[in-house]
Design a protein around this ligand. Structure first.
Ligand code: ATP
Ligand code: MN
Length: 546
């Protein structure tokens, strides 16, 4: 577990509190905390007992202390050293983890004390807080019966209303705009998205991008569009005359003729069905269509696939990194996708996404202790149903984590396979990849696109799910999380913003400055935004696609 009480001379058996060894003493610094918040935090501490650790009841408890010297952790809303020093002796401050109130809220929410890495309150004490946490994590626990929880899931903080206020919906880049999952003009967005999809299957990329951009601007527009305010849309970026006239048509008729024509087009219907299969992109879809194929059943016959039956030998793709035969690998993944399409094309509810993450991280705990994960993708953006599960994994130890995650992806996939939880690996990569644009060797993103199978809860049979596992060294964990949270337009604009406005390069495996290749190692997700000169945007407001 992340916490063991640091040894302190004043903290001995003479002390009055008869607390158990597992109790974490919390000192809340009142300064700068509103009285209401103070009582909220105090009651969180007082009412909460961490209930379950590794599905076993835990005696771990939180307790308030008024004596900062005895505290195991200090919670404060202050982030300046000078202010903190007015209330707490600097020598003491340096020996304790000092965290923001979100640590308390998130720990209580997740039912266990979280590592403090993401919650460092005073940046002057970054290193101290992290070091203390690290030491705490690696000191053998006082009670030998207590096994370390070897993984935990990072949780998102709540949306900060003031921060959202400071964003502007008419900005040029979607990474500057707040884009909710469902917007006030969602039906219009859906209609325009039909046209975008039409362009996509036909390979008309420029036109597709225009629709994507228009959609993402409308996603962030906070008012219902009516005849009265439609003139105002001229001020927004990326809404050209053609799209504005489509919006007008939609306002009058409730639909857009071109979208309706596309929907009714048998070619569009075939191509759209084809691209739901993993491994088939628009280009292959058109090739298959040109061969005269029209339905998924016809594709099955073409690829000689029996529905529901898949070749379990595809784990040999684990060695695909060594094999140069990319085409064969793609064909294999199309066959898997086709055979299992009745499951894989079903969406996955949030609760099952979480259960899959827990199961996978528990398996990982058998190979490597101390890892942590973040579920990214559409789940993190707040979608109730996801098409797949994207899990970004790292090790909690900032200093040694990089070594510890190396090679872990393949080991985990092998273990999941042995446990009967992964049947196929569509793609495994990243071990020796070298990014030519960087001075350093960025082999930090190992990833496996897998087919996971299990019987969840009371489901009548086993179901196949697409699960992507992405491994990142701690230095690039948060860039990987940002890169895999999406949405697609948000990601595209993050890269563009970094390049055009900041002279930087952003991708899932890191941030660098172009002129001297300086690398940035953000310690939190907020830091990723800060480094890129952006206001933080909550994951649920990164829905810049339809
Ligand atoms: P859903 O899975 O429910 O359809 P999603 O938004 O999670 O929606 P994904 O295709 O799973 O969509 O992708 C999640 C995010 O991860 C995307 O926004 C994309 O930016 C990123 N991503 C996907 N594939 C890669 C990849 N190979 N390399 C880097 N980033 C990727
Ligand atoms: Mn996804």
């Amino acid at each position: 577990m992340p916490f063991k009480r640091p040894l302190s001379s004043s903290d001995d058996s003479e002390s009055n509190d008869e607390r158990q060894d597992n109790t974490i003493l919390v000192y809340i610094l009142r300064a700068k905390i509103h009285p209401e918040t103070m009582s909220e935090l105090a009651s969180l501490v007082e009412n909460y007992q961490f209930e379950r650790v590794n599905n076993r009841p835990s005696e771990r408890n939180l307790e308030l202390t008024a004596d900062v010297e005895k505290a195991d952790i200090i919670v404060t809303a202050t982030n300046m050293r000078q202010r903190l020093e007015r209330h707490i002796d600097w020598r003491i401050a340096k020996t304790k983890p000092i965290v923001s109130p979100s640590w308390l809220r998130d720990s209580v929410k997740s039912g266990r004390p979280l590592p403090c890495g993401s919650y460092v309150a005073v940046h002057d004490l970054d290193d101290e807080t992290l070091r203390i946490c690290d030491i705490a994590q690696h000191t053998p626990s006082g009670s030998s019966s207590e096994k370390e929880t070897s993984w935990q899931t990072e949780l998102d903080e709540p949306v900060d209303a003031a921060e959202v206020e400071s964003l502007s919906y008419d900005a040029k880049y979607s990474c500057l705009r707040p884009s909710p999952l469902v917007c006030p003009n969602q039906n219009l967005v859906k209609e325009l998205d039909v046209i975008r999809r039409g362009r996509n299957v036909e390979g008309e990329e420029r036109s597709m991008l225009s629709y994507s951009r228009a959609i993402s601007v409308i996603k962030a527009f906070p008012h219902v569009i009516t005849e009265h305010n439609i003139q105002g849309l001229h001020e927004l970026p990326f809404l050209g005359e053609k799209i504005l006239s489509m919006i007008e048509e939609f306002l009058k008729a409730g639909r857009i003729t071109e979208a309706q024509t596309i929907l009714g087009d048998p070619r569009f219907q075939s191509l759209s069905a084809f691209i739901t299969i993993h491994g088939i992109g628009p280009h292959s879809a058109r090739r298959l269509y040109d061969l005269g194929l029209r339905t998924l059943e016809e594709l099955e016959r073409y690829y000689e696939v029996k529905p529901g039956v898949s070749d379990e030998e595809t784990m040999s793709l684990l060695d695909a990194e060594a094999s140069a035969n990319k085409e064969a690998a793609v064909e294999q993944s199309i066959k898997i996708g086709l055979a299992l399409r009745h499951d894989l094309n079903q969406t996955i509810p949030r609760e099952e996404v979480e259960a899959i993450n827990r199961t996978i991280m528990q398996e990982l705990g058998h190979i490597q202790k101390g890892c942590k994960s973040m579920i990214a993708g559409s789940y993190r953006r707040g979608k109730l149903q996801s098409n797949d599960v994207d899990i970004v994994i790292t090790h909690s130890d900032w200093n040694s984590g990089s070594q510890k995650v190396k090679g872990l992806c393949k080991k985990l996939v092998q273990r999941l396979h042995e446990q009967g939880l992964v049947t196929h690996v569509m793609h495994l990569s990243g071990f020796h990849e070298h990014d030519a644009l960087r001075m350093h060797h960025w082999d930090s993103l190992e990833k496996a696109l897998t087919v996971f199978v299990w019987r969840h809860d009371s489901q009548p049979r086993r179901v196949y799910r697409r699960v992507d596992l992405i491994f990142a060294a701690p230095e690039v964990f948060w860039t990987a999380v940002v890169g895999w949270t999406g949405s697609t337009m948000f990601e595209r604009d993050l890269r563009l913003w970094a390049k055009q406005q900041k002279g930087m390069k952003f991708d899932s495996s890191g941030i660098s400055r172009r002129r001297d290749s300086k690398l940035y190692h953000p310690r939190t997700e907020r830091d990723v935004f800060k480094v890129l000169g952006l206001v933080y945007i909550h994951p649920t407001l990164r829905n810049a696609d339809a």
